[in-house]
Design a protein around this ligand. Sequence first.
Ligand code: UFG
Length: 331
Amino acid sequence: MSILVIGGAGYIGSHMVKRLVENDEEVVVADDLSRGHRAAINDKAKFYKGDIRDRSFLDGLFEKEAIDTVVHFAAYSIVPESMEKPLKYFDNNVGGMITLLEAMRDHDVKRIIFSSTAATYGVPEKSPISEVDATKPINPYGESKLMMEKIIHWADEAYGIKFVALRYFNVAGADPDGSIGEDHGPETHLVPIILQVALGTREKLQIYGNDYNTPDGTNVRDYVHVLDLADAHILAIKYLKDGNSSDVFNLGSSSGFSVQEMLEAAREATNKEIPAVVAPRRAGDPDSLIADSSKARSVLGWNPKYDDVKEIIKTAWNWTQKHPKGYADRK
Ligand code: UFG
C-alpha cells in the first residue's frame, strides 16, 4: 500500500516525501504545482499533477493507486494573503477538503493526517497554548483550517475516516543536505526573507511592528524545524495504523523568539550584517504564539531534535546559499 502526499511539491510536503522515501515507504504525490515545485518532489515518489477540488482527478488517482493513508498539505497558508482574498482561501482549503473526503469515503480510504495551524487559536488566552484552549481565529487562513478540522471530525463520525490534525507553529529550516528547502513566490515568511537579505538578494528586513505586547515589542513565534515536523507526521501515521482514535496535536518547540531575536540569531548563524528597519504592523498578526507540545511528545512519542533556532536557521542558510534562486535554476 502507498501513502498519498497531497501538496508533496510544497515546502513541508517535499520534506515529508523525502523522509517517507528514506523510510522505504511507497509514496504517491499529488500537487497542482500552483505553489509547489516539480523539482522538489523526490525522484522515488510517483507524481500526479492535479487539483484536489477536481473530483475526477482524485477518482482516477485512487483507482490507479492502492492508497491506505493520505497526508494533506495542499492548502494556501499565507496569513496576509488570506486577509485580502478570504474567499480564495475558503474555496481552496475548505472546498478541497470536502472533495478529498468525499473521494476518500467512496474509495474506502480511512486515514488522513492533516496540516492544521496555530492560527486556529487567534489571540491566545494563555501561553503556552494547549490543544484544549479556545480557538478563535483572527484571519481567514486560521478560520479555514479550523473549518477543515471540524469537517474531518464529522466525516469521522459518519464514515469512520480517522484523522490526526497537526497544528503547526512556525515551520523553518531545510533538509541539512541542501537538496530541498523553502521557496515561495512571493516570499512572505520571516526566516527566508532574513536569509535573502543576508545573501544580498533583498535590501533589508522590514520588521512588521515593534509596539506589540511582547518583551521587545516585536511578534513572538515558536519555530520548529521542518524535519522534526515531518517526523511528527510519520508518528501520526503509526498512531492511526495502531488503531488509535482521531485527535489534534500542537507541533512547536515550546519556546518563543521575537522577530528581533530571530534577526540577531540569523546575524550570528550567517555572520552577515542583515540590515533591518521597523515598518508598520501587518494585518492578522497576533502578539505571541507559543506551543505547549507536551501532548505530541507524550502521546505520539515525538522528540524534536532541533532545539536551537540558530541551528534551524543554519540549515535554511545552507539551502539559500546552495540555491540562491530557489528552484528556479532546476525547472
Ligand atoms: N515578519 C516580519 N517581516 C517579514 C516577514 C515576517 O516582521 O518580512 C514577522 C511577522 O509579522 C510575524 C513573524 O515575522 O510576526 C513571522 O511571520 P511569518 O510570515 O514567517 O509567519 P506567520 O507567523 O505569519 O505564519 C506562519 C505560517 C502560518 C501559520 C503560523 C502559525 O505561515 O501558516 O505561522 O504560527 F499559521
